[in-house]
Design a binder for this molecule. Structure first.
Ligand SMILES: Nc1ncnc2c1ncn2[C@@H]1O[C@H](COP(=O)(O)OP(=O)(O)OP(=O)(O)O)[C@@H](O)[C@H]1O
Length: 498
């Protein structure tokens, strides 16, 4: 009989390092480092950062390592405000005694890429004093504060391949005595994007809900961070900050996210009063969203998202174990087709790049840009050029083909004018360079040298052509060059003079 109340990611978490798949190089480094500790000489770097994409075996390594080498794991979270205090407490006391005898401590600091820069210096000092191994885990090691990073050895975990994931899924299905069509497994493995945890959770969701639902469930896996993963994280934490972080990468508008949370809330809490409290937080979020919509003040989205994540996270005691996440039934959420979704996504990416914005901010800006496109074709045309939008993207923003055509034509005019201005500028630069060359020639050139230049061989002329080519390109560019450094070759004349 398959079991659904226990999360499979826990049930099938490897207990030994040898069971961890496809991370051999990382494991070799981890073993060497811990053995240094055990041989009495603390390694040069007293901390280790296991860095890599989610669900690739970092946390699993730490627990398997502790089991094999007889350590007690003290797990701390970087976003916890009392982390420093806790590390300080444990970093010095090397041993604990319990019924298992004398065991050394291994400090595990999760989400090291969330350590606030303000606390980083103190933690770095603690690493210096450490009498125990400190292992950190991070998705992006470069986001770990530099002070800490410098004191740590970095071990990289790679994304798992689709094959690794398929194998792991098949192993679980065998153990549970279930069969699932191969295409569904392939689909799960493909969408997991190297994250085995996501794949195992997806498999459990699909199997527990009936294979008939599989297609519907997997349809949502296209989003950048699956909403299923985000909600699973959100419903697993009582920590407000973690709850907010859980939904960060989800490619959804807040009102869509709200529908998902709304749908799943009743299954998350034990007590009716906790459910009521969570719904209260959700209704406040809804009020903010409504106000944002009415007033166009999309900065209210942030408060709405905080209410629906942090507000919900602290509402009461949640069920432990696997919670199946259901897509909202009440409203047909994906009113946007797949094509519209991808258009929106590509515009958001352009906004993020050109306007240096984070995703949420870019989503807010998209709403403002949409209303500009629907009301001010002139300005919309400028945005089209600035963001290098495609015709389809303009249509998406206006929602009206006729209006989109007007904006597109205007943007072509702007392009034309820009092109003219650019070639005019090029002409000016070209003329200026020629004048300078002539002037230089008059001042410094001796007639005999000019004659000498005419007598250059074919080969030398070819070489001269090669040398001049980059200069031509520079001239073509619409940037006005900084003056060349003294002594550096700048013109054909200089080259010939050599
Ligand atoms: N390389 C692996 N070999 C075997 N199982 C794995 C591997 N990577 C992940 N898993 C499975 O996925 C689950 C999650 O893995 P783990 O907690 O180690 O991920 P992580 O890399 O620490 O992710 P995060 O960065 O999100 O904390 C484990 O319980 C295990 O079942």
């Amino acid at each position: 009989m398959p079991s659904f109340d226990v999360p499979w990611v826990e049930k099938y978490r490897p207990r030994r390092l040898s069971e961890i798949v496809n991370q051999d190089k990382a494991l070799e480094q981890v073993r060497a480092w811990i053995e240094d500790w055990l041989h009495g000489n603390a390694p040069k770097k007293k901390a280790l950062i296991l860095a890599g994409p989610p669900g690739t075996g970092k946390t699993t390594t730490i627990y398997a390592l502790a089991r094999e080498y007889g350590f007690e794991v003290i797990e701390l979270n970087a976003s916890d405000e009392r982390t420093y205090e806790k590390i300080e407490r444990y970093v010095q006391a090397a041993y604990t005694r319990d019924i298992l005898g004398k065991r050394r401590k291994l400090i595990f600091l999760d989400e090291a890429d969330n350590i606030e820069p303000s606390g980083a210096r103190e933690i770095a000092k603690l690493i210096d004093k450490a009498r125990n191994p400190i292992v950190m885990s991070a998705n992006h090691y470069w986001e770990v504060p530099r002070g800490i990073r410098n004191k740590a050895q970095i071990v990289e975990y790679k994304r798992l391949t689709q094959r690794d994931i398929m194998k792991a899924l098949i192993r679980i299905l065998k153990a549970e005595g279930i069969t699932v069509p191969k295409e569904i497994l392939q689909e799960i493995a493909k969408h997991a994007n190297g994250d085995l945890r996501a794949a195992i959770n997806d498999l459990q969701t699909v199997v527990s809900g009936g294979i008939e639902d599989a297609e519907e469930v997997l349809a949502y896996r296209d989003v950048e961070k699956s909403v299923f993963q985000a909600l699973a994280q959100l419903f697993a934490t009582d920590n407000a900050k973690r709850a907010k972080l859980a939904v960060l990468g989800v490619d959804m508008y807040p009102h869509e996210l709200l529908q998902w949370i709304d749908e799943n809330l009743p299954y998350v809490y034990y007590k009716p009063e906790d459910i009521a409290r969570a719904y209260k937080a959700l209704s406040r979020a809804d009020i903010y969203l409504g106000r944002a919509q009415r007033t166009g003040n999309y900065s209210l989205w942030k408060y709405a998202t905080d209410m629906m994540t942090a507000g919900v996270a602290v509402a009461g005691v949640k069920k432990k174990g696997f919670v199946r996440i259901y897509p909202p039934k009440t409203i047909k959420l994906l009113t946007e087709s797949k094509e519209e979704r991808s258009l929106r996504d590509s515009i958001v990416k352009k906004i993020m790049k050109e306007m240096h914005m984070a995703r949420m901010e870019a989503l807010e800006t998209l709403e403002i840009i949409k209303s500009i496109f629907q009301s001010n074709p002139e300005m919309a045309a400028h945005f089209t050029v600035f963001l290098e939008l495609s015709k389809k993207e303009v249509e998406f923003l206006t929602g009206d083909k006729e209006l989109a055509r007007t904006i597109w034509d205007k943007s072509l005019n702007i392009h034309k004018k820009l092109k003219e201005a650019r070639s005019e500028l090029e002409e000016h630069v070209k003329a200026a360079v020629e004048i300078m060359e002539e002037a230089k020639g008059e001042v410094t050139e001796e007639p005999e040298e000019a004659e000498e230049a005419e007598e250059l061989s074919e080969e030398e002329l070819e070489k001269a052509e090669e040398e001049i080519e980059p200069l031509r390109k520079e001239k073509k560019s619409d940037k006005i060059d900084k003056p060349k450094k003294k002594g550096k070759q700048a013109t054909l004349f200089d080259f010939l003079k050599k």
